[in-house]
Design a protein around this ligand. Structure first.
Ligand SMILES: Nc1ncnc2c1ncn2[C@@H]1O[C@H](COP(=O)(O)OP(=O)(O)OP(=O)(O)O)[C@@H](O)[C@H]1O
Ligand SMILES: [Mg+2]
Length: 281
């Protein structure tokens, strides 16, 4: 399989139900981060992070609490714009486009770069409305198109059989795992190329966590996925690449990045080895 075949897989809506994603193959960078520093009220949370995130792959961000993993994700789709006192410097290119260029609109960027949070965050509306609302807000209002996308993304996340006969029930009536899959479906509905996931399984019981993890695996190849996880076994199971962050001099820094096997089996940096082996962190 070559990289163009990987890219071909990115259009969700030409595909049927989920297939196993292909393994990463000679990937190109989808996100290029250069010298990213981030401050909250003048206090550094990230210091000069430089990192490439590869297209069609799963990249796990690992590291102890407070090392800036969530801040890093928030910078990529400019959620940081919404935080008063947050200042971001450095360059981030998403598919070669500078996200801070005046021509880049945050709403367009966030359509391209979807986000899933730690705690499932369905709107307190019906299951159907959770999907139609963001579509409507992005100008997709034609009923048959909205219905078709709704069915497609619910099938994509394995929820269709569970909810197709109660689409008008409240999303809050779903279990936690179902709510999280609905949130992933909501992100997929806007046809993003990139999915940012901040500890998407940590609020779920082991069974629901396993289902969501399996879903994330099957999205590999079709989406570029950046996932924050404290579950190192999970990172090792699902990610192609891992980036290890650490708080150094009070600000989060990227210590090491590489193929998962390298990071987990023969890390180059002693801090990575100590963290992986549970000695530090
Ligand atoms: N909105 C905010 N205002 C001020 N400081 C913040 C804000 N968000 C995060 N921080 C600080 O920035 C640093 C990095 O936080 P961040 O949430 O990015 O870490 P994290 O690696 O995601 O941690 P965790 O694993 O606990 O989720 C921390 O010192 C945190 O207190
Ligand atoms: Mg976090």
């Amino acid at each position: 399989m070559n990289s163009s075949q990987c890219t071909d897989k990115l259009d969700t809506f030409t595909l049927g139900p989920l297939e196993a994603g292909p393994a990463c193959c000679d990937p190109q960078p989808a996100i290029q981060v250069r010298n990213l520093s981030l401050l909250y009220d003048g206090k550094a949370a990230l210091d000069k992070v430089t990192l490439d995130i590869y297209q069609g792959c799963i990249t796990a961000l690992i590291g102890p609490s407070g090392c800036g993993k969530t801040s890093f994700l928030s910078a990529i789709n400019r959620l940081t714009d919404l935080i008063p006192g947050c200042n971001v410097t450095g360059k981030i290119l998403v598919h070669d486009q500078d996200i801070h260029h005046p021509d880049t609109h945050a709403q367009t960027l966030r359509r391209q770069v979807g986000m899933v949070f730690q705690k499932p965050t369905p709107f307190p509306l019906s299951i159907r409305r959770n999907l139609s609302l963001p579509l409507n807000e992005h100008g997709i209002t034609q009923k048959t198109e909205v219905a078709s996308i709704t069915e497609h993304v619910l099938r994509d996340v394995g929820l269709w059989d569970e909810v197709h006969d109660r689409l008008d029930a409240s999303a809050l009536s779903l279990s936690g795992g179902q709510q999280q899959r609905l949130c992933i479906a909501r992100a997929l509905a806007l046809k993003p190329q990139i999915l940012l996931m901040d500890e998407p399984c940590s609020a779920l019981d082991p069974l629901a966590s396993g289902i969501v993890e399996d879903l994330i695996c099957r999205l590999r190849g079709r989406y570029t996925i950046v996932i924050v996880t404290h579950n190192l076994a999970q990172a090792r199971r699902i990610a192609n690449y891992a980036a290890f962050f650490w708080v150094s001099g009070r600000a989060g820094q990227l210590i090491e990045f590489g193929r998962c096997q390298h990071i987990f089996e023969s890390p180059s940096h002693e801090l990575t080895a100590a963290y992986i082996n549970g000695v530090r962190g």
